[in-house]
Design a protein around this ligand. Structure first.
Ligand code: ADP
Ligand code: MG
Length: 483
């Protein structure tokens, strides 16, 4: 066993790899690789370029890791040797370890770190650094109201919430790194990710540098830093954070320079076992105009979504918000609000606040149901504005990446038919339009076609988990849009 050569070990790996991916991919990506050496359970393979290495790492990291373990045992490691693109076939001596440390940070940024770490930390200019303190102390920039104790648990957030608590107790050394939380607006992303910061800070105090920042602020400060020739200090500042929380990362979309900077910070922190926590209004893959290498990193750890809270959770949140404000409201009032505000938690909160404000303005001691109905009437009507069939068509087509006009025409292409049926189904759910009217919006089809479409969608939701998920996601998108 000890004596097998690099060649044999790699051949054994290839046997396993072959069984796991298509022949085409195997040919393209694995055939050209050369085994170089095998020492101390570490197999070195030579890949044709840096890009090649990144590709393998992005797409086959998990498979390679488990393959290596199967062939070389638990301690099995993989190192890459990258053939330098310009110099003739000489392999780059810098090697990259696969299993423990997924990614090297770029050469240039490493140099920056090295230069600056010898400098004086007090020189770092950043608004989060509290001046006058020798050992740089970072203001975590957290809102102390956003704590786990106030974050009501429900089916809609269970996974995200329990992962968040585990991370707060053990930042960096867990398999949820990065932790990526996503979901629509007002569903609790900011609250949840700040809770991690608050709890970690409470547990580790000054031993742990925590920083919460919105992606917009990160971007603005980076732009400022460049303008003032302080880009490396900016980098340096972020590299000393132990738990970095970046909110609403979707705003990095289209900002190439910022993305690049964040990429290097991400790699440096991740390699050092520092915790990274991110939020976005949609899953990593759906964020437009973000570099692939960042998207792939966002998916390394755990992605968890926050969904619309179900009735029971809405009820529990309302009760809690009322009592936080020093008032116990009767169950019938809580039920009334929970039934009428379904879109997100922020609106639930808004309803309670409006009710309490009115009560205090009118010097009412006891809030009763008729009063609640009266006060909240406008908000409920607002929130019930009907969505148009056209907008539903747009949402659905956008989701499937097809031209909206297609569902309004007679095309019978399978993918269009499916999108059209789902749009009809949602039109029935979300508008008061008759079947006839719905049919007219879809290229003048008659009501029996609409009935057929609706039952087809329902039936498919029962039989196909994928279909069920698609329709539910769209349902949620349209629901959010009706606010
Ligand atoms: P997002 O960042 O997703 O837009 P926020 O975190 O700002 O949403 O949440 C909106 C409001 O709803 C906040 O005041 C937050 O405290 C509250 N909230 C969200 N989810 C919960 C929850 N599960 N329990 C209690 N309050 C919540
Ligand atoms: Mg937020």
């Amino acid at each position: 066993m000890e004596k097998i050569s690099a060649k044999t070990a790699w051949e054994q790996c290839l046997e396993i790899i072959k069984d796991n991916i298509s022949h085409q991919k195997y040919k393209s990506w694995f055939d050209p690789i050369e085994p170089v050496k095998l020492e101390d359970h570490t197999l070195t393979i030579q890949v044709p370029s840096q890009f090649w290495y990144e590709w393998l790492e992005e797409h086959y990291y998990k498979m390679l890791r488990s393959t290596l373990r199967k062939v070389l045992g638990e301690e099995g490691k993989l190192e890459y040797s990258v053939v330098l693109e310009k110099s003739d076939n000489k392999a780059d001596t810098r090697s990259v370890q696969l299993p423990q440390q997924p990614m090297p940070s770029s050469n240039s940024s490493n140099q920056n770190i090295d230069n600056y770490s010898q400098g004086n930390p007090e020189k770092i200019e950043n608004p989060f650094v509290i001046p006058g303190i020798r050992k740089t102390k970072v203001d975590p920039n957290l809102n102390s109201n956003y704590v786990f104790e106030r974050f009501i648990e429900g089916d809609c957030n269970r996974l995200a919430r329990s992962a968040a608590i585990a991370i707060a107790e053990n930042p960096g050394s867990n398999s949820f790194n990065p932790f990526f939380v996503y979901g629509g607006t007002g569903l609790g992303k900011t609250h949840l990710i700040q809770s991690i910061g608050n709890k970690a800070k409470q547990m580790f105090k000054d031993d742990l540098a925590v920083l919460y920042i919105s992606s917009e602020r990160f971007t603005n400060e980076f732009v400022q830093a460049i303008r003032n020739n302080r880009a490396s200090e900016f980098s340096m500042f972020y590299r000393q954070i132990d738990a970095l929380i970046v909110d609403d990362i979707q705003f990095f979309s289209n900002k190439e320079k910022t993305q690049e900077e964040f990429f290097h910070i991400f790699n440096a922190l991740h390699q050092d076992g520092k915790q990274i926590i991110l939020s976005s209004d949609r899953p990593p893959r759906e964020i437009p105009d973000i570099e692939e290498r960042l998207i792939s990193r966002f998916s390394w750890g755990l992605s968890a979504d926050l969904q619309l809270p179900e009735y029971e959770t809405r009820f529990a949140i309302l009760r809690r918000k009322a009592s936080d404000n020093g008032i116990d409201l009767d169950d019938d009032i809580l039920e009334f609000i929970a039934h009428n505000f379904k879109s997100n938690v922020r609106d639930l909160e808004g309803a309670i606040i409006k009710l309490l404000a009115q009560a205090s303005l009118q010097h009412v001691d006891e809030i009763d149901l008729p009063m609640a109905k009266r006060v909240l009437k406008d908000m409920i009507q607002e929130s019930k504005t009907q969505i148009s069939i056209e907008s539903i068509q747009e949402y659905v087509c956008d989701y499937f990446g097809i031209d909206t006009n297609k569902v309004r025409e007679k095309t019978r292409k399978q993918e269009i038919v499916e999108a059209r049926q789902i749009a009809m189904y949602l039109a029935k759910e979300f508008t008061d339009s008759s079947l006839k009217t719905i049919g007219l919006h879809f290229g003048g089809r008659d009501h029996s076609t609409v009935i057929h479409a609706i039952s087809t969608v329902k039936e498919r939701m029962q039989t196909s988990a994928k279909h069920d998920r698609i329709v539910n996601e769209l349902h949620q998108k349209v629901e959010v849009a009706t606010l």
